[in-house]
Design a protein around this ligand. Sequence first.
Ligand SMILES: Cc1cc2nc3c(=O)[nH]c(=O)nc-3n(C[C@H](O)[C@H](O)[C@H](O)COP(=O)(O)OP(=O)(O)OC[C@H]3O[C@@H](n4cnc5c(N)ncnc54)[C@H](O)[C@@H]3O)c2cc1C
Length: 446
Amino acid sequence: MSINIARNNKKRIVIVGGGFGGLQLANKLKGSDYQVVLVDKNNYHQFLPLIYQVATAGMEPSSIAFPFRNVYKNRKKNFYFRMAEARAIVPEHNLLQTSIGKIEYDYLVFAAGTTSNFFGNKHFEEVAMPMKSISEAMGLRNALLANFERAITCTTEEEKRELLNIVIVGGGATGIEIAGALSEMKRYVVPKDYPELNWEDVHIYLVEANDKLLHTMSDSASKAAYNSLEKMGVKIILGQRVADYTNREVVFENGDTIPTRSFIWTSGVTAVRIGNFNTELIGHGGRIMVDEHNRVKGLNNVFAIGDQCIQTEDAYPNGHPQLAQVAIQQATLLAANFKRLSKGKDLRPFHYKNLGSMATVGRNSAVVDLPKLHFSGWVAWLTWLVVHLRSILGIRNKIFVLLNWIWNYITYDSSIRLIVYARKAQEIKDRELRESQTHLGEDVLT
Ligand SMILES: Cc1cc2nc3c(=O)[nH]c(=O)nc-3n(C[C@H](O)[C@H](O)[C@H](O)COP(=O)(O)OP(=O)(O)OC[C@H]3O[C@@H](n4cnc5c(N)ncnc54)[C@H](O)[C@@H]3O)c2cc1C
């Protein structure tokens, strides 16, 4: 079976993943001499930096998602989107195997990002709640709200404690952002929505194996985040590793335990693996090793950008940080290089321009690390708001997010606290996927 796209006289670039990198690449190839096919397992681009606001019922999922067909609606020629999952690559035949069939390429670009890293612990993978996509964030929102509902009617203090304790594993930017948002939810939403509960019984724990929060950022950012979260009542546990989650208890390596039914995992990422990809080409963090042109080592017409690849340069001997800016800058250069290729010109090497990093800790509080300047507090928070608002795709989404923030800021109220399960639809989709996997598993071998 093959994906139904007719070849024309143009060379075809297949992009796997329409995140920050893949979408930028597709956009920058507009008007080029190539036929561009974007393949993504979802039919929308997701703005990951605001996903924690969906998980904490602060924002509608549609405000941070953008359908690919909307992006391409005015580009009838030479641009195609296919909703499919990349499964395997057959480089000797220039073929990519996907969940809906094979596709032939002249150039292939992997931009499939990362997935949660459970460090090989299958049990954590099954029981922990990750927050790496809109669907996971919605699952988390459902679970948190359902636990509050249940806490009102449960009959024992033990069960109530489990329901109202929330444990977040991972003190990076995602961990501190969700800890901050949950502590605001505890302070401002719980008393209004659940007056039968005592909001002070809700305990939020943030656990980090390192001896500081935000260990990839500056010391001043780390300290400022720690102080803000502590003031907001978050219980921060540093230098401790979680060993197990059993009988509704998080168990630490030193034997300490915390009873909870909300075991949230933000402890790291690993690059998305494409089925049969040669393991010799995979480096640290499961990332595909690429040269200075983002070309996969040893594969002349296959490239990788963004979080899924690892590329070194003098200033970044261990690879670039996994940030949106890296993906966007690599995609911009790769698009220019494709245009140069079509004119027979030499490719230009990539050099990352560090624009800084930031994280928000809650209302009026954020930390910003610029190359030569670190600041925190209200000004940092305003900077965070402006930068994120500018980066969201689409005028409609920008307006919705801005209005939502203004509303939340004035009313101390978050927008949508619905518990919605799409059970039947998900079961059917999973069954279809399993069936197609069996079928396509045979297909790629023949
Ligand atoms: C919760 C969270 C918050 C973050 N906050 C920030 C921040 O504030 N600032 C910042 O700079 N960075 C932030 N990051 C990191 C940033 O989002 C990534 O560095 C960036 O998204 C990388 O872009 P990418 O294009 O490589 O991958 P992604 O943006 O992750 O896109 C990957 C795409 O590939 C698709 N895909 C995955 N597997 C397959 C497959 N097998 N087949 C087809 N499609 C597939 C996915 O659906 C997705 O659309 C955050 C990340 C997370 C998870």
